[in-house]
Write a protein that binds this ligand. Structure first.
Ligand code: SF4
Ligand code: SF4
Length: 474
């Protein structure tokens, strides 16, 4: 359906000039995208701001400790008041599952919005190109002119400043990554005094180099050639997935517009200005249909909307739309009726329930009793029976705990061979040997249940117990 073009604004004469010498990328070269304002640009900034958590998160303290810390040397993960040990790794697995399915669900509903608004590759590239355009030109012409200009003091200073800022961001990225694994406040003095441990230097080097090269030089080539997610997206889409799409029915036949030109019924709404291509961070032409390189950032929508405003046409020639909507298919399914949305939602709910259950039921201690089988029991000189056990209590709290062990549930049983108070340091296990004796007149034949109690003397609320067996001859 063709839209009439009326009362063309004079601004349109500049549109073609702006992108006239702009190289249209075909996926084989680095893109220097034109920056444009708009609602999707604003959303991109908001999405990118989530990464502030990555930079600032390690500096949040909780009860005098780093709130979120992957403590590899002590094999624990601290999350506010919780300490998660390898025994509770299922919670981290569920969390990973949750985010993986969330990614698939969001892709199924709205395409690669993760790539367009959150992905570290596109976010860092956006910051790097922002610096580049500020220093080397904020329009395609200025950028070209800067590149072709002979070397001067000013050009050298600008190029050096750009690379200095890029390297600084790359190093801060590496340091911020390391800060999640060590005390963030100690990290900076350790770096400046060259006292930081080797993994920190490795992290800085690896993240620094990859950030600098990927965001500064490779840019969307990483999305094209290295990212596996781009290859998987096809299986997550269906005809109800909404994606930035060009409304060819309304836009075609496209045709250039001349200054002062009035309504032309024979032409579509697209004035073939290519601004949508110039702003695309992956350099694709959305008018050719959906392509693998599209990260669904919506910047081409902003671009085209601005052109529609300038040419007094309704917005939405490029818009978020599903295949069905574009092709007037009446069977557009509501989101809650789409099978894959239902399946993804069920998995998400299951994973989320597991995570919430884990958060509320994680024990501050882990108690284990191992029955010694060599021998299974010993007959004492007074006729009583003795079994030997190894008791292991893991202290998952942040304070030392004093523990006393008792046995219950077996008439006449007493515990021997250990002191009345055993101190267990945070994050540690203190294995102790326990000898449990039952006098001759109380001995029951065969296997009898017995319960070990670990009474925490300085915090009775976290006392715990373990059910085991006592063995006597048949
Ligand atoms: S789709 Fe919009 S931005 Fe792209 S060339 Fe046509 S009018 Fe210009
Ligand atoms: S085609 Fe549009 S939505 Fe896709 S990457 Fe390019 S600018 Fe973003």
């Amino acid at each position: 359906m063709s839209q009439p073009q009326t009362s063309v604004n004079d601004d349109v004469s500049q549109i073609y000039e702006e992108v006239s010498d702009w190289h249209v990328n075909t996926g084989d070269q680095k893109v220097v995208a034109k920056r444009i304002k708009g609602r999707f640009r604003l959303r991109k900034w908001l999405g990118m701001s989530v990464w502030l958590i990555f930079f600032l998160g390690p500096y949040i303290r909780w009860n005098g400790h780093q709130a979120v810390l992957f403590d590899i040397p002590n094999r624990q993960f601290n999350f506010f008041q919780l300490t998660i040990y390898p025994q509770d790794i299922w919670m981290l697995s569920l969390t990973l599952l949750f985010f993986a399915i969330l990614l698939a669900a969001v892709t199924s509903v709205a395409g690669r919005v993760f790539c367009g608004y959150f992905c570290f590759q596109t976010v860092w590239t956006d910051i790097y190109t922002f610096i580049e355009t500020k220093l080397e030109g904020d329009s395609p012409q200025k950028a070209m002119k800067f590149k072709q200009a002979p070397w001067s003091l000013d050009k050298t200073a600008r190029v050096l400043t750009k690379h200095a800022l890029w390297i600084a961001i790359a190093l801060i990225t590496g340091i911020s990554f390391a800060a999640w694994f060590t005390d963030a406040y100690q990290l900076w003095p350790e770096i400046f005094t060259l006292q930081a441990p080797l993994p920190v230097w490795i992290s800085m080097a690896v993240f620094g180099v990859f950030t600098y090269v990927f965001a500064g030089f490779m840019r969307e080539q990483v999305c094209f050639w290295l990212c596996p997610y781009a290859r998987l997206q096809g299986v997550m889409y269906d005809q109800d997935t909404v994606l930035p799409a060009y409304d060819a029915e309304r836009g075609e036949p496209r045709g250039k517009l001349k200054k002062g030109q009035q309504e032309d019924e024979t032409k579509g709404s697209c004035i073939d200005c290519k601004v949508c291509v110039a702003v695309c961070p992956t350099g694709i032409d959305i008018r050719k249909g959906q392509q693998e390189g599209c990260i669904t950032c919506g910047l081409c929508i902003d671009a085209c909307d601005s052109i529609m405003d300038k040419t007094n046409q309704p917005r939405g020639l490029i818009r978020y739309a599903s295949y069905k909507e574009l092709h007037h298919d009446k069977n557009v399914l509501a989101m809650y009726k789409r099978p894959r949305v239902i399946i993804y939602s069920l998995i998400l709910l299951t994973a989320l329930s597991g995570i919430i259950y884990g958060f509320f039921t994680l024990s501050p201690t882990e108690f284990q009793v191992i029955h010694d089988r060599q021998p299974l029991y010993v007959r004492l000189s007074d006729g009583g029976i003795q079994n030997k056990y190894t008791l292991k209590l893991l202290n998952k709290t942040k304070q030392p705990i004093d523990v006393r062990y008792d046995v219950i549930g077996l008439d006449g049983a007493t515990i021997h061979g250990m002191s009345d108070k055993i101190t267990v340091q945070p994050g540690k296990v203190v294995p102790v040997t326990a000898l449990v004796r039952v006098p001759d007149d109380k001995v029951q034949k065969g296997l009898v249940p017995i319960e070990f109690k670990a009474v925490v003397l300085n915090n009775s609320a976290i006392s715990t117990s373990y059910e085991s067996m006592f063995m006597a001859p048949e």
